[in-house]
Ligand binder design. Structure first.
Ligand code: USQ
Length: 382
């Protein structure tokens, strides 16, 4: 298939681009380096800094013999995007091109505004450019489980049937996000649902939980093909942070009581889920939603696993319950449905001790680059 990957320089984008290229697809990789720029500006760069996207594509060509076409441009620039879609006529677009950090979006007014402007305008442009240039193209957009919040009922896969005063209808599951970033994902879904109803677009919205892991089949082919790996308070996700903290001898930073439960997913499964969605497109005029997680954990459970594996590797890992900088429930009911992607064929790669040992091994190779001052920056929700 002809596939455009928007946000192809990111943590998930680059491994997806290589994986689809290895699978025989024709890939155009698009990025404007927003995430790299923000990391540089806030001094929270990745554990190792990957080469730029052009260089990555050259290395991929040397290693695999396969080509990835690179375009540097901003999805908020409608003409750039529209021209690309007209020229390339994609059959699928994977839309990762958003500011992905909840803490960044809560930093200050400027960061919140950048997040709102960037994320909503990018999604708006993707939908219009598809409608105008390639209306049958399948848009696969990365959403987040955070759109649902932590309701006291089971979380369905995107939709819920409601009976009200004797009549029934199907609606988007109630959303109640806990950061500006997560709120943009709600607004993305609402916009896309409108375009699906009005223009008959074909859209998959993948509501994904926090991702962990470093390696995929393709990143492991050559060290230079490794993906971005953030461990800082702004762009790092919790399990990746805990592994780096264990190696650096910093007590694991559990926010508050640590009973916060989320659905987690290994980066290998993210790539597989996006591929499964692409291979099995929805009908025209359908907004299909999957909850993209493979198992749920509390923060305390994640910390226990890291302590166990860290100690097996000889680290004296400790935990520390610090005042929660976020506004979130620390003890709550959490029971999401996540069967759709398994029904499409996902065999999950679960969080075993072996997987954690693998993460430790990569972090240890780069341990001289860990900057402990990046671990806590004091960003508060209020
Ligand atoms: N947490 C800690 N200690 C830390 C970091 C986080 O206790 O050092 C807690 C948080 O308070 C939260 C949980 O761990 O309860 C997950 O936090 P996170 O930073 O791993 O994830 P989050 O900020 O929610 O965002 C990440 C990605 C985002 C994605 C989201 C999925 O950055 O792009 O959309 O996970 S979800 O969380 O399901 O909304």
């Amino acid at each position: 298939m002809r596939v455009v990957i928007l946000g192809a320089d990111g943590y998930l984008g680059w491994p997806t681009a290589m994986n689809f290229s290895a699978g025989g697809h024709q890939v155009v990789a698009v990025d404007n380096y927003l995430r790299r720029d923000l990391c540089r500006r806030h001094d929270v760069e990745s554990l190792f800094i990957p080469p730029n996207l052009h260089e990555r594509a050259r290395i991929w060509k040397d290693v695999s013999g396969l080509s990835i076409d690179v375009r540097i441009g901003d999805c908020c620039d409608y003409h750039f995007l529209s021209y690309l879609f007209r020229e390339f006529s994609p059959e699928a677009i994977v839309h990762y091109a958003e500011q992905p950090s909840a803490p960044y979006s809560m930093l200050n007014h400027a960061a919140a505004s950048l997040t709102l402007r960037n994320n909503l305008q990018a999604t708006q442009n993707v939908a219009w450019a598809v409608y105008e240039n390639c209306p049958r193209c399948h848009i696969i957009k990365l959403g987040t489980m955070g759109v649902y919040g932590t309701p006291n009922i089971d979380i369905e896969e995107g939709w819920i049937e409601i009976e009200h005063k004797g009549r029934r209808d199907r609606f988007l599951f109630p959303r109640q996000a806990s950061s500006f970033y997560h709120t943009t994902k709600i607004q993305d879904t609402d916009m896309l649902w409108f375009y699906v109803r009005t223009w008959g677009l074909r859209v998959t919205d993948l509501q994904q939980g926090p991702v962990y892991g470093i390696g995929t089949d393709e990143t492991e082919m050559d060290q230079r093909l490794g993906t971005t790996f953030n461990y800082d308070e702004i762009f790092g996700t919790v399990l990746n942070r805990f592994v780096v903290q264990a190696v650096a001898g910093v007590p694991l930073t559990i926010y508050g009581k640590g009973g916060q439960t989320r659905g987690y997913i290994n980066i290998r499964d993210t790539i597989r889920c996006v591929g499964l969605a692409m291979e099995n497109p929805p009908a025209e005029g359908e907004l299909r939603i999957f909850n993209q997680v493979t198992e749920t954990f509390t923060v305390n459970e994640l910390a226990e696993k890291v302590v166990k594996v860290g100690r097996e590797r000889g680290y004296g890992v400790e935990v520390s319950h610090i005042e929660n900088p976020r506004v979130e429930k620390e003890e709550h009911y959490y029971n999401p449905v996540y069967s759709g992607l398994r029904e499409l064929g996902l065999t999950p790669c679960l969080l075993t001790d072996e997987v954690l040992h693998g993460m430790f091994a990569v972090v240890e190779r780069h341990s001289d680059r860990i900057e402990p001052n990046r671990i806590l920056r004091g960003i508060k929700w209020r």
